[in-house]
Design a protein around this ligand. Structure first.
Ligand SMILES: *Cc1c(COP(=O)(O)O)cnc(C)c1O
Length: 408
């Protein structure tokens, strides 16, 4: 902590800081950083101690590099402060944060409930890995809300939510689902990546564990991977940290540094992502080829009411469905784009567009597709240029579809 950070007046005010201020100041300890604005990048496995007893006492500070150094402490404390959690464990990717969070709380013989709209690799972990440990996952309709109470069994340990859902953007009634979990003595976990941990406060809504794929908006520049498990209570935080220690979870110092650096400018970036996404969503809603726009912040979205009730803002990831399009025309549609790149992940400064249906798997038929599903990440380009890029893609598509009209 710097002298300024230790000032009791500052400490009292911290609690009232708004998000933008937290993103700039949370986790800072400049006096430990030689007065530098940012933490040092410390590389190191071995940590030497003069007295050998200090290596084993647990009282002489860090004894090994696996648990990270100052920059990691800063990032973990910043992410906990921003979401209002008791503590954070960072991991090497968003997916490893999800798997760590699950492994921290399940035991052999447990049943877990997972939203059908969950991120694909999370689904695969639940389907292919958890059974080896004797943990059984059942998938539920993301729109189930309080109706989830009927699905609990005596052995149900955990409920996994993601809102909005990956690819299909269903808004879940997270407060109702978390309340049902608590009533049944189960733990609730939310993959809170879409909100960047800024626009939805999981612990205010009764959720126990929050996961961030910090690869997305916190890193923000598509140049590192990072994950975080944020716990709502100190008890859960120590369970997650113990599991991380036992599993050997460790993160490189440069990646930690990049994530913390990204976090400092995330506030202004998110505002620009949202402004652009709103313009793009409005444009899409006016296109004759577009059947459905999937962006909870847009008033026509089926989840808009829940978003309005629970969220304080939106980010730049959205989807849309278009009229049936023959494969060559769909290919031409994507190839005609010059600003939207085609690749996985999102949250960087650049715009992306990918076909989403190929990645989708469902267990309980909770999604009825109407036509090709496109996922867009609206980056920080001028939204008018992005709209022009999409307009050109629609024109190319129409030319390819040819005289048969757009409905073939
Ligand atoms: C990207 C993503 C992840 C995984 O993050 P990685 O850092 O790519 O492993 C997990 N959950 C959601 C919702 C994501 O979008």
């Amino acid at each position: 902590m710097s002298a300024r950070d230790e000032d009791p007046a500052i400490a009292a005010r911290r609690a009232n800081w708004r998000n933008a201020t937290k993103m700039v100041h949370a986790g800072r300890a400049t006096s430990e950083w030689s007065g530098l604005v940012n933490p040092p990048i410390e590389r190191g496995s071995t940590i030497l101690h003069v007295a050998t007893a200090d290596l084993f006492s647990g009282r002489a500070g860090p004894t090994y590099g696996r648990s990270g150094h100052k920059a990691q402490r800063a990032l973990e404390s910043a992410l906990a402060e921003i979401e209002g959690g008791a503590g954070t464990q960072v991991t090497s990717s968003g997916l490893s944060a999800v798997t760590l969070a699950i492994l921290s709380v399940v035991e052999a013989g447990d049943d877990i409930l997972v939203t059908d709209s969950v991120y694909g690799p999370t689904r695969r972990f639940c389907e292919r890995f958890l059974p080896r440990l004797g943990v059984h996952a059942r998938f539920y309709d993301p729109l189930i809300g309080a109706g989830i109470a009927a699905f609990f069994q005596p052995d149900t340990r955990l409920v996994v939510m993601e809102s909005p859902g990956s690819l299909t953007f269903e808004m879940q009634d997270c407060p109702a689902i978390a309340a049902a979990a608590r009533a049944h003595g189960a733990i609730s976990l939310l993959d809170n990546t879409w909100s960047a941990g800024i626009y939805f406060r999981p612990f205010d809504h009764g959720i126990d564990l929050s996961v961030q794929a910090a690869t997305k908006y916190q890193v923000g520049h598509a140049d590192a991977l990072m994950g975080a498990v944020i716990s709502g209570s100190a008890v859960l935080d120590s369970r997650v940290k113990e599991a991380a220690r036992l599993l050997g979870i460790s993160v490189g110092p440069e990646d930690v540094y990049l994530c913390l650096r990204g976090l400092r400018t995330m506030g202004v970036r998110l505002k620009a992502h949202e402004a652009g996404a709103r313009i793009v969503a409005e444009f899409l809603a006016g296109r004759p080829e577009v059947l459905r726009v999937l962006y909870p912040a847009w008033p026509g979205d089926p989840g808009h009411e829940i978003w309005k009730r629970d969220f304080t803002g939106a980010t730049g990831l959205l989807g849309f469905e278009m009229e049936l399009t023959p494969a060559p025309a769909l290919d031409a549609f994507y190839r005609a784009m010059r600003l939207f790149g085609h690749g996985f992940s999102w949250g960087g400064y650049e715009s992306l567009a990918i076909p989403a249906d190929g990645e989708m798997a469902r267990s309980c038929g909770s999604w009825r597709g109407m036509g090709p599903l496109v996922r867009l990440h609206v980056g920080l380009e001028d939204p008018d240029d992005l709209v022009a890029d999409l307009e050109a893609a629609f024109t190319t598509r129409a030319a390819e579809v040819g005289g048969q009209g757009t409905g073939s």
